[in-house]
Design a protein around this ligand. Structure first.
Ligand code: FES
Length: 113
């Protein structure tokens, strides 16, 4: 993956919501959560630090409320704009990916898996 690789169309993310994006790689790839708040986007690996599970309550569906992303399994919550742990059994924050919104796309910086 190279710098400015498009992850998804910005308009595909509901404002205040999140979508799942799978990133292919030579080793099988990995899953990201891409969130939108106004004109900004944020991306994190879809892996809860509590038990390493995906945060979805259904495939590609996430709980986002009051600028918090909430893990569907045991309720750990994370700040949308930083990925920091805000409550529940997370212990630490989410692993973030630097992204920019450019030409209608959310684009990633350097990614590794
Ligand atoms: S796996 Fe996310 S809170 Fe337990």
């Amino acid at each position: 993956m190279t710098a400015s690789t498009p992850l998804c169309r910005f308009d595909d993310i509901p404002d205040g919501g999140a979508i799942a994006v799978h990133v292919d790689s030579a080793t099988g790839g990995f899953d990201l959560i891409v969130l939108r708040r106004g004109e900004r986007a944020f991306a994190y690996h879809n892996e809860c630090p509590h038990q390493g599970r995906n945060l979805d309550y259904a495939p590609g569906r996430f709980l986002v409320k009051d600028d918090r992303l909430i893990c569907a399994h045991h309720g750990a919550s994370f700040a949308v704009d930083t990925g920091d742990c805000c409550g529940g059994p997370c212990g630490r924050g989410l692993f973030g990916i630097a992204v920019v919104v450019e030409d209608g796309y959310v684009r990633a910086g350097a990614l590794s898996d």
